[in-house]
Design a protein around this ligand. Structure first.
Ligand code: ADP
Ligand code: ASP
Ligand code: MG
Length: 399
């Protein structure tokens, strides 16, 4: 039996928490399983490091930024290995590179290309607990990379896949996946199970509890994934195939505060304009999300889209160099709220409930987008929490 256990920022946020994590890992080891542990940086550390880097530049030099960002996880993986050894359990701490985590060279957003498991397997064979620094990898040239924010989840799933682990447990500061962020809505319910598809939509819509790409990879590699609390022994949430789920109409609501809106007015309405704008943003690796274009009048049209708020400065810079984009407005005082449920595939009326509910509260909808199992709306950020709560209520998710 091989288990991969990932501990997030709050679970290793203090020296006491690292000790508690060591005890938790030992419990698993004592049960007879081999254990690979993946850790995040202490909570707040990565944000601090990003701030340091951005103090010097809006677009910090990628390779150096990744050297900096990866240091947070090296601290916690080393400390955890020291604690484990002290408690009598031989453990080794590995950076992403030492663990054979190879990536492409897109700094701060690298993708895993392959994992060389030689060292990992050797350490496990020697009976060691292997502690891996999450969120990081290495290019073929030997440069350190990081995998994008929240990327330790991805490290864990990728290692579980490569090692053919029996289970990948993501330990965090809540008991599992809830119908919405339990810090916003106290009446949110913990889900016993959720499908990969719904979890993927929830994650990409902003529910931080699991990182989007980790869910995507778990589905692809068939990794048995659960999320649970490191602060208690309650049952967590299992991420399962859709066939194991009862069909519910709406399973959850997600809030994404990291959103900003870009509006272009009077754009010339001719072929190639959208391509010019979105290619320029794609070249900068900016994830454009909701896109709305109006029906053109008098040869011009209006175009709106959202980008992650923390990429707005780079987006502004990129847009300022385009001939197509003259009259531009930016608004970062917005949020995106998404309603997710496989039942939406076969039921109409889900969207109407949301529109009615928001209208009753006087919350104006600025943008709308839908997919098979998701409805997203953009609203003023001052309504963020209120909108989540009234929608949670409207779909009776507390029942
Ligand atoms: P970690 O540092 O352990 O990776 P994160 O902060 O990345 O933890 O993710 C856990 C947080 O996700 C919780 O503290 C919670 O506030 C938030 N969250 C958002 N949506 C949900 C949800 N639907 N279910 C559970 N937690 C959620
Ligand atoms: N420490 C990294 C971050 O804050 C990775 C992670 O926590 O998963 O984004
Ligand atoms: Mg996280």
């Amino acid at each position: 039996m091989l288990v991969v256990q990932k501990f997030g920022g709050t679970s290793v946020g203090t020296l006491e928490r690292i000790k508690a994590t060591a005890k938790r890992v030992i419990e698993t080891k004592q049960s007879g399983a081999d254990v690979v542990v993946v850790v995040s940086a202490m909570s707040g550390v990565t944000n601090q490091l990003v701030e340091y880097g951005e103090h010097f530049s809006k677009e910090p030099y990628g390779p150096a930024m990744d050297m900096l960002l990866s240091s947070g996880e090296q601290v916690t993986s080393s400390l955890l290995a020291i604690a484990l050894n002290d408690m009598g359990y031989p453990a080794v701490s590995l950076t992403g590179a030492m663990a054979g985590m190879y990536t492409d060279n897109v700094h701060t957003k690298a993708r895993i290309t392959h994992i060389d498991t030689t060292r990992l397997k050797r350490e496990l064979k020697d009976g060691k607990i292997v502690v891996v620094a999450g969120f990081q990898g290495v290019t073929a040239d030997g440069d350190i990379t990081t995998l994008g924010r929240g990327g330790s989840d991805l490290s864990a799933v990728a290692l579980a896949g490569a090692l053919n682990a029996d289970l990948c447990e993501i330990f965090t500061d809540v008991d599992g996946v809830y119908t919405t962020d339990p810090r916003i809505e106290k009446r949110a319910k913990k889900l016993e199970k959720i499908s990969y598809e719904e979890m993927l939509e929830l994650a990409s819509a902003g529910a931080k509890v699991l990182q989007t790409r980790s869910v995507e990879l778990a589905k692809k590699l068939n990794v048995k994934l659960t999320t649970r609390s490191s602060f208690n022994h309650n049952e967590g949430t299992q991420i399962v195939g859709e066939e194991n789920m009862e069909k519910v109409l709406v399973s959850g609501i997600a809030l994404d505060k990291n959103q900003a809106r870009v509006t272009l007015r009077g754009v010339i309405d001719k072929p190639g304009i959208a391509a010019e704008i979105f290619n320029a943003l794609a070249d900068k690796n900016i994830n454009v999300d909701m896109i709305i274009q109006n029906v053109g009048v008098d040869g011009t049209t209006n175009l709106g889209f959202t980008v992650p708020q923390n990429e707005l400065e780079i987006a502004k810079d990129t847009m300022s160099k385009l001939s197509a984009a003259k009259n531009i407005e930016y608004d970062d005082a917005i949020v995106k709220i998404s309603i997710i449920g496989v039942g939406m595939k076969s039921h109409s009326g889900v969207a109407c409930t949301a529109f009615d509910t928001l209208a009753r509260e006087g919350i104006n909808i600025q943008m709308i987008s839908t997919s098979e199992i998701k409805l997203s709306v953009v609203v003023d950020q001052k309504y963020a929490e209120l909108a989540v709560r009234v929608l949670h209520d409207a779909y009776e998710l507390d029942k």
